[in-house]
Write a protein that binds this ligand. Sequence first.
Ligand code: PHE
Length: 339
Amino acid sequence: MKNRINELLEEINQMVASNQEELETLRIKYLSKKGQISELFNDFRNVANEEKREVGQLLNELKNSAQDKINDLKEAFSSSATVESKMDLTRSADPIKLGTRHPLSLVKNEIIDIFSRIGFTITEGPEIEDDWHVFGALNFPPEHPARDMQDTFFIEQNPDVLLRTHTSSVQSRVMAHKKPPIRMLFPGRVFRNEAISYRAHCFFHQVEGLYIDKDVSFADLKQALIYFAKEMFGENTEIRLRPSYFPFTEPSAEMDISCNICGGKGCPFCKHTGWVEILGCGMVDPNVLENCGIDSKIYSGYAFGMGVERITNLKYQVKDLRMFSENDVRFLEQFESAY
Ligand code: PHE
């Protein structure tokens, strides 16, 4: 009898069940009326009197252990412990694949960051514009070629509705509504009716800057641009301002920086000149100030506009403009940054 009790105790200790049904089978096997433990209780009659006390105790212990074990297993099923016991909590989590910022956004954000350190704030204007804000207010004569159908996307039914060809349109909007001092950046997308190739696209991005206050001079413009070029392309970067023409600035200039691909020695990117053009700029034409309701005898200002694609090409040496809008993840994944 004692041997049989020990045998069963052993069996019960090792009992496992992976679901409710298996557990019920075990309960029936040991604890039901016809179960093995109940049978032992029936046999208890035949135990010699002097052993009854000891065997009785063992038998009770066996029954309690069986009951406890079954309860334990049952609890494991009903609590979340089951789920956890099947999980390996020490396993490291699947890595979450983070997206990367678009290279044009990285560069745009960097430009904004550099100018915000010298007090520029940001605003935006509409991409679908009217003739006045894109051309008229900005001193474009009616016959100016930039208004030509070849450059500008017009809406056929209404030639006064067009896609802006430059972010300078935001200059006219801001000046018409805001009193100087104005020190702002206008980032945005612009559209020109050009054949798509590795170096031209029908849309691209610009960041425009406008500073209007009393006594703003060309020297202020030049200082801001030198500061920008060195922050963007490194301390050793040099700039060169070439006289140019824009209807809305007088005097006007185009700014080149020393080619940061060859360090100014000459390479195919800078067409062996050592310089690359990155922006247009100038002093806001007094006519433009007056067109927008700002007294040109009191206020003066400067403006500049740069192509984000151009600067991104220089920074990351992307040779084909079309890459920026093809959404090829193999290209996009290569850009990671805090910006
Ligand atoms: N809007 C001009 C362009 O698109 C750039 C520019 C901006 C020039 C501001 C002067 C001042 O080419």
